[in-house]
Design a protein around this ligand. Structure first.
Ligand code: PMP
Length: 430
């Protein structure tokens, strides 16, 4: 994507066409890792659905319901194609990535609370004392707390791969942490703090060799890279619509067919059943089994539009463009005295973001200064307290890029960091 193409892309986003201003100057939006802005096409798809086609999907026999259901299921098929699922049935709609991860952890707890087996009698989900759930110290709380609870409920042990002084871990670390008792390995494809890109295919192969199920937190990869879950060999994956140019209130759980088929639904109620008596219920096959109650249909339609938009831009092109921006970001950070870069000490193996800690300054002071300059970033622990604790800090300042980001925005972040050092009198000479 060259400068003219980026300008054309930005024009397709109402937010960037008429951005909010600070002191008469357009803001530099560098917080896509928290939530992305939406192209008009996504907003229009939602609005047009609500204005002209709104109906109760999968309920009733009217033509209107049929049309709405086609749009809903069409979006499911589009998402499936986008992430390399062999069939739309491998895509379950959830509220967000957090919810999708909980569907897996709670479903496994449910399997263990009953027979210790999945609904199809599979032993894949049997967990108990002596078994291990493996995560990393770098996980977002959404991919940590559900596993903590599952471990407590089942008596399994929660183990983690520790991070090094940069917040990183490796394939060798994972190999050392896995053994024949490892039943589940849950990790982020791309860390939302370090930007570290995990070697997923190699990790899933390791896990498969010990008989463990793999769960991928793909929140920060699907919006930025071409991703093919089938090729990566992952068992489950979760991501959120609002980070990939789509609506909020919609997330996705991807699963391998045989594993989804064996996973009990964490939530029960209407539209997920084949037969209900006063004593019991039988459930539909996936994905419907997991989609209890009325679904967020306009959000699903919007997500379908986001996928179409991203596909037309091309995820390879978007990834290449973002790589250039991250290189500029990281080079600028590494050249600045008194600023510590978290994660890989360069652009290699890093996706879409960079978090820093400024010597002598609290991240909230940095964040406030940047905010006054109209540079919108994220400060805090980014829902990764254990990672920050391991790095000896309470919080950091994160800038994240997207396909709409400009070089000028990256430079404004770098200038504002130096400005904060000057303002607070902590200029370092190295
Ligand atoms: N995992 C990662 C790596 C994330 O970056 C986020 C969002 N900050 C989440 C999980 C949770 O996403 P959501 O809040 O949309 O459920």
């Amino acid at each position: 994507l060259n400068g003219a193409e980026v300008a054309e892309l930005r024009a397709a986003f109402p937010y960037f066409a008429t951005p909010p201003e600070v002191d008469g100057r357009a803001v530099a939006y560098l917080d896509a890792a928290a939530t992305s802005q939406r192209p008009a096409r996504v907003l229009d798809a939602e609005r047009s659905f609500l204005e002209h086609a709104n109906a109760a999907v999968h309920r009733g026999t009217s033509q209107a319901v049929g049309t709405a259901t086609e749009l809903f299921e069409g979006a499911r098929a589009a998402v499936a194609g986008f992430v390399g699922a062999a069939a739309p049935e491998q895509i379950v709609f959830a509220e967000n990535a957090t919810d999708a991860l909980n569907l897996v952890a709670l479903g496994i707890a449910e399997a263990n609370a009953g027979t210790g087996l999945g609904v199809d009698g599979s032993e894949r989900y049997a967990l108990g004392a002596g078994d291990e759930i493996l995560v990393t110290e770098a996980e977002h709380h959404a991919n940590l707390i559900p596993w903590q609870r599952l471990a407590k409920k089942t008596g399994a042990a929660l183990r983690y791969i520790p991070v090094d002084e940069h917040g990183l871990w490796s394939l060798d670390d994972a190999r050392a942490a896995m053994n024949s008792r490892t039943r589940i390995f849950a990790f982020a494809h791309v860390s939302n703090v370090t930007g570290y890109l995990a070697p997923v295919a190699e990790l899933t192969a390791l896990a498969r060799a010990v008989g463990a199920i793999t769960v991928l937190d793909a929140c920060q990869s699907v919006p930025h890279l071409p991703v093919d879950f089938g090729e990566l060999g992952i068992d489950f994956a979760a991501f959120s619509g609002h980070k990939m140019l789509g609506p909020n209130g919609i997330g996705v759980l991807y699963g391998r067919p045989e594993l989804l088929a064996a996973l009990p639904p964490a939530r029960t109620g209407g539209s997920i059943i084949t037969k209900v008596t006063m004593e019991d219920a039988e459930f539909l096959p996936p994905p419907m089994r997991f989609e209890a109650g009325t679904q967020p249909v306009s959000q699903v339609v919007g997500l379908g539009a986001a996928v179409a938009f991203s596909t037309e831009v091309g995820m390879e092109r978007a990834a290449a463009r973002e790589h250039e921006l991250v290189e500029r970001l990281v080079d600028g950070i590494l050249a600045a005295p008194g600023i510590r870069l978290l994660g890989p000490q360069g652009v290699d193996g890093r996706v879409a973001l960079a978090a820093v800690s400024v010597d002598g300054l609290h991240a909230h002071d940095v964040g406030q200064f940047l905010d006054q300059q109209g540079v919108l970033v994220r400060v805090g622990h980014h829902c990764a307290q254990p990672l920050h604790r391991a790095l000896g800090m309470a919080s950091s300042t994160r800038a994240s890029v997207h396909l709409t980001t400009t070089e000028e925005e990256v430079d404004r972040f770098l200038d504002a960091l130096r400005g904060a050092q000057r303002y607070f009198g902590v200029e370092a000479t190295r």
